[in-house]
Design a protein around this ligand. Structure first.
Ligand code: COA
Length: 201
C-alpha cells in the first residue's frame, strides 16, 4: 500500500457505527442499485453477529475518509451461504470434500475498495490482514464467475475454484466458490513459489 495508507481492525461496535460509510463504499465498488442497499445493510448487520467476526478498514491518508473495508467470520451450519455451499459441494464433490473445505472455515464475506483507490494494493493488504493468525484451516468465499480483479486477486493469494457456474438458491448470476488452505500466500512476499494453500479438488 502507498505511504500514509493505514489499515485498522474494527471491533463489532466500530463496524456497526460506520455501517453507512461502509455501505457507501460497497455501493461505489459494486455499482450497486440503490434499491438493493437496505437489504445489504441488514445482511452486514447480521453478519457482524456471527462467530469470530473480524473486520478491517483502510484510510488512504491519516485522518482521511475510509476508502476500503473487508470482513469475514467463522462459517458454520445455520448460515445461509454456508448451508447452500455445503449442499452444492457435497453434491458435486462428495460429503468428505465438503467437510474438508467447510468443517473449519473462515468465510470471507466482503472485500471492497472505492473505485478511485483501487489498484494500489489495498485489497491484497486487507485480505492478508483479515486472515492473519486465524485458527480456521481454510478460507472460503464466492465471487462472480468471471475474470475480474477480485478473481485474480483471490487466485494470487492461493484460492482455487471449488465450484464454478454456481447459482445460489432463489436464483443468482453464476458464481465461483473459491477456497484456500490458510495461511494465504502474501502477494508482496519475495518468495512467490509453491504454497500450502492448494485446494485438494
Ligand atoms: C476486488 C478489489 C477489492 C481489489 O482491491 P484492490 O485494492 O484494487 O486490489 P489490489 O490493488 O491489491 O490488486 C488489484 C490489481 O491492482 C494491481 N496493483 C496493485 N498494486 C499496484 C500498484 N502499486 N501499481 C499498479 N498496479 C497495482 C494488482 O496487481 C492487481 O492487478 P490485476 O487486476 O491485473 O490482477 C477491488 O477491485 C474492488 O473493490 N472491486 C469491486 C468490488 C468487488 O468486486 N469486490 C469483491 C467481490 S467478491
Amino acid at each position: 500500500m502507498a505511504a500514509g495508507t493505514s489499515l485498522t481492525e474494527l471491533s463489532q461496535r466500530e463496524f456497526l457505527d460506520e455501517l453507512d460509510i461502509l455501505l457507501a463504499i460497497y455501493a461505489d465498488a459494486m455499482q450497486a442499485q440503490a434499491a438493493l442497499l437496505p437489504g445489504r445493510l441488514d445482511l452486514m448487520r447480521r453478519h457482524s453477529s456471527y462467530p469470530a467476526f473480524r473486520a478491517v478498514h483502510v484510510r488512504a491518508r491519516p485522518g482521511g475518509p475510509v476508502v476500503g473495508f473487508a470482513y469475514g467470520f467463522h462459517g458454520q451450519g445455520g448460515q445461509w451461504w454456508y448451508d447452500a455451499v455445503w449442499a452444492a459441494l457435497a453434491r458435486s464433490a462428495g460429503v468428505p470434500a465438503a467437510a474438508d473445505w467447510l468443517a473449519d472455515c473462515m468465510e470471507i464475506a466482503e472485500v471492497h475498495v472505492r473505485t478511485e483507490h483501487q489498484r494500489a494494493g489495498i485489497g491484497s493488504a486487507m485480505l492478508m490482514a483479515l486472515t492473519a493468525g486465524r485458527t480456521e484451516r481454510t478460507a472460503v468465499l464466492s465471487t462472480p464467475d468471471r475474470d475480474t480483479t477480485a478473481r485474480r486477486l483471490y487466485r494470487r493469494v492461493g484460492f482455487g475454484d471449488l465450484l464454478t457456474g454456481f447459482s445460489f438458491p432463489g436464483g443468482s448470476p453464476p458464481y465461483a466458490v473459491m477456497g484456500a488452505v490458510l495461511p494465504l500466500r502474501d502477494p508482496m512476499a519475495a518468495d512467490t513459489g509453491p504454497s500450502s494453500a492448494r485446494p485438494s479438488i
